[in-house]
Design a protein around this ligand. Structure first.
Ligand SMILES: Cc1cc2nc3c(=O)[nH]c(=O)nc-3n(C[C@H](O)[C@H](O)[C@H](O)COP(=O)(O)OP(=O)(O)OC[C@H]3O[C@@H](n4cnc5c(N)ncnc54)[C@H](O)[C@@H]3O)c2cc1C
Length: 472
């Protein structure tokens, strides 16, 4: 750490700081230590500088400084990337976490949000008008990394992924230009932003379409004994694309937490749950979801009407900052009974009771209708995405938990399409090969666009694709 500081002249740092509206944190300062940690306590990086940008101009200044001094660049939105891609040892962090403005135009249902906005910030602003942008299911997650990588949540089957709701973006490109990207302006850049990660620039503002929702929704959260896994998961599987699009359920396999809203006799026991929010009225939701609540005798049924803002917080407590996490994913072509049995076995083998295996039902609905070549996100045809979440607290069990998640991914390989979701990237140890596999046919096009906007691969910490050598 000291080494990196010595390679930067104090006068250069001071000049950089004096040009910024926001703050610049250097190692050794209390602010630096407060700003340095990421959400995942497994990650412990020491950047040379953290530029806490206040506006787009600060981003341009920070980018120029990093390039001039040959510093590696990492961009921080919400800091919730599981692989810790929002920081860089010895590099410069372009930290957007204070760029939190959200502007909602209820008439056009357009929402402009700065790059440091979290899902919770966005929901709060949009729910004031009973609107919601399709986002993820934990409120502290940043909208930036989520949108750039895709973005699954309770509205996926009704309105699409977060990146599908993106209508425009303000982007600072590697050469310091500030561009607007939309279907009409820099359309190739706009294509690349929707699933292609932070490869082509720093997004300082996202413009989304929001949809009417709330203030109350009907939430589904029914926990069954794991012995009912074939019945419960098989039921949703068999509905396939006929499942109403107002529901984007997650089938969760885990262990009942020691929490007051679960009967004590079930604490620690394996469960299979269906969780989701009905994207429509409370009355419709109550009726439509009734059959999913009686598939077996539940251990607990927490379903009911609640404010959408509370529904969005349903999982928040399960993901404290500083916990230890390692998440992978795989897309399944089939969810056979044998695959369900394997999920049950893998769940039983988890070293941590906080870990889960999540079946994101992606069969049919708005997200699946977006053509593979319409966005960098690529092919949407896989009907299931399995999130493999190793979540634990005890550092002494790091190895066992990481090994479990990796074992799950291997064990599910025979059902897999070979694809994965890049926002659940392990520690990104599979590198560009994983990005190529996940993006499929989008990969080469993204490389060509990367060549245009970032030929020197300045932005390489997020699901990196190297610029293509020859245009395709
Ligand atoms: C608790 C939790 C819950 C989650 N739930 C969901 C979910 O429901 N659905 C889902 O789809 N995913 C979910 N995820 C995964 C999530 O989408 C990714 O972790 C995502 O990277 C988080 O975005 P962030 O802005 O917080 O990331 P950061 O760690 O800040 O950034 C991640 C990467 O994105 C790039 N980046 C960030 N901001 C910008 C920017 N403004 N411009 C350019 N590049 C940028 C950076 O290169 C960085 O490397 C969840 C993650 C967590 C930790």
């Amino acid at each position: 750490m000291e080494l990196h500081m010595h390679s930067l002249a104090v006068s250069d740092i001071d000049a950089f700081r004096s040009r910024m509206t926001g703050a610049l944190f250097v190692p050794g300062s209390a602010d630096y230590e407060t700003a340095r940690p990421l959400w995942n306590g497994m990650i412990d990086k020491h950047p040379a500088l953290i530029a806490r940008c206040a506006n787009t101009e600060d981003v341009v200044i920070a980018l120029a400084f990093a390039r001039e001094h040959g510093l590696d660049i990492a961009v921080r939105g919400g800091g919730h990337n599981v692989a810790g891609m929002a920081s860089s040892d010895g590099g410069l962090v372009i930290d957007l976490s204070e760029m939190k403005a959200v502007r909602v135009d209820p008439g056009s249902r357009r929402v402009v949000a700065e790059g440091g906005v979290t899902i919770g910030d966005l929901d709060a602003a949009t729910q004031a008008y009973h609107l919601a942008v399709p986002m993820g299911v934990v409120t502290e997650t940043g909208i930036a990394g989520l949108t750039l990588g895709g973005g699954y949540g309770w509205q996926t089957r009704k309105h699409g992924l977060s990146c599908d709701a993106l209508r425009a973006a303000e982007v600072v490109t590697a050469d310091g230009r500030v561009l607007r990207a939309s279907a009409d302006e820099n359309a190739d850049l706009f294509w690349a932003l929707r699933g292609g990660g932070g490869n082509c620039g720093v997004v300082t503002a996202f413009e989304y379409e929001a949809y009417p929702l709330g203030p109350d929704v009907f939430g589904l959260a029914v926990f069954y004994p794991v012995e009912a896994a074939r019945t419960v998961l098989g039921h949703v599987r068999d509905l396939g694309p006929d499942l109403p699009e107002s529901l984007s359920p997650i089938g969760v396999l885990g262990h009942i937490p020691e929490a007051e809203f679960f009967p004590v006799e079930h604490w620690g026991k394996p469960f299979v749950a269906l969780v989701g929010a009905w994207i429509g009225t409370v009355e419709e939701g109550e009726q439509a979801l009734a059959s999913l609540r009686t598939l077996a005798e539940p251990m607990a049924d927490l379903s009911g009407p609640l404010p959408f803002l509370e529904m969005q917080q349903f999982f928040d407590e399960d993901y404290p900052t500083g916990g230890h996490y390692y998440w992978k994913s795989t897309r399944l072509a089939v969810l056979s009974d044998a695959a369900i049995d394997d999920l049950v076995t893998l769940n039983a083998e988890a070293p941590s009771a906080h870990s889960t295996l999540d079946v994101w039902f992606t069969d049919g609905g708005a997200a699946s209708r977006v053509p593979a070549d319409a966005t960098a996100f690529g092919d949407r045809s896989a009907p299931y995405m399995i999130g493999i979440e190793a979540n634990w607290h005890d550092a002494a069990t790091d190895e066992a938990n990481v090994a479990w998640a990796r074992h799950c991914a291997v064990a599910l390989e025979s059902y897999s399409t070979g694809g994965s979701y890049l926002n659940f990237p392990g520690f990104a140890e599979d590198g560009e090969a994983a990005v190529r596999a996940a993006l499929g046919a989008s990969y080469d096009r993204l490389r060509a666009i990367k060549k245009q906007y970032d030929p020197d691969n300045v932005f390489h910490t997020h699901q990196n694709v190297t610029p293509i050598l020859e245009p395709v």
